[in-house]
Design a binder for this molecule. Structure first.
Ligand code: OAD
Length: 232
């Protein structure tokens, strides 16, 4: 069974209507990373941070998975392939597209986390700074999102899967944020073949053995169809 580790970023959800971060009309043009995506920003102005992620949660709920998400789910369902999707995305479009084996390394909009005691519970659509933690009662609830300066989730598991993979594929990510941006080099050092599928060359495009550029809803289903036609 061919083991495939697939890293995804905002580009795979772009055609579902979810804004990316670094495009000219991306989220980081309107918001300062240090204000909305750091623990320090949250400590300074939790209401602003909640407003930002409440808007992201509403946009994700209004979006539907696209042909790229569905193609990855079809690949996972093919018994000749063992597929792990490692996503930087905080939306749930992979799951709604039918994927089961998904790691949200940057957290998820669906989760709430108590900054005081570490308890986790399902996030309501609208989170507010005064919301009490259901376990300790303190008003320290935050979105269960990994911010800059924090360690992404399940890294050991991801690196173990990456080193054991037969193929590493990176889809819809600009290659600017580590450790995800380093996966291509990690795969290369482990002798794992690498493929980039992105609208345009990413920051690390030269490191990939192969790159195919175009919109995810075209290049991802084409790649999956080709792989399934060839077999494991
Ligand atoms: P970026 O916004 O940095 O990059 C999105 C990538 O997707 C770019 O390379 C685009 O060219 C590409 N793209 C856009 N539309 C596409 C399409 N239709 N099909 C295929 N590719 C397309 O987003 P990420 O790389 O995901 O982290 O950003 C990484 C992290 O930075 C995010 O998880 C987030 C952000 O700050 C945190 O907030 C912690």
């Amino acid at each position: 069974m061919a083991k495939i580790v697939i890293l995804t970023g905002a580009g795979i959800s772009a055609e579902s209507g979810i804004r990316t971060f670094r495009a000219s009309d991306g989220l980081w043009e309107e918001h300062r990373i240090e204000d909305v995506a750091t623990p320090e920003g949250f400590a300074r102005d939790p209401a602003l941070v909640h407003r930002f992620y409440n808007a992201r949660r509403a946009a994700a709920a209004a979006a539907a998975p696209n042909a790229a998400h569905r193609a990855l789910a079809e690949l996972e369902a093919d018994p000749r392939f063992e597929v792990l999707v490692v996503t930087q995305n905080v939306d749930d479009l992979h799951e709604r597209g039918g994927s089961h084996n998904v790691i949200h390394m940057h957290g998820t909009l669906a989760g709430a986390l108590c900054a005081a005691c570490g308890a986790r519970w399902p996030a309501p659509m609208e989170m507010r700074p005064a919301d009490p933690c259901p376990e300790c009662g303190r008003p320290a609830t935050r979105p269960d999102i990994v911010w800059f300066g924090e360690m992404p989730y399940r890294m050991e598991e991801i690196w173990t899967a990456l080193r054991a993979a037969d193929l590493f594929v990176s889809i819809g990510t600009s290659g600017n944020v580590y450790p995800a941006a380093g996966f291509v080099a990690d795969a290369m050092h482990a002798g794992v073949p690498t493929l980039e599928l992105n609208l345009e060359p990413s920051a690390g495009t030269r490191l990939f053995d192969e790159a195919r550029h175009g919109p995810a809803t075209t290049v991802v289903p084409e790649w999956v169809a080709g792989l399934r036609a060839r077999g494991a």
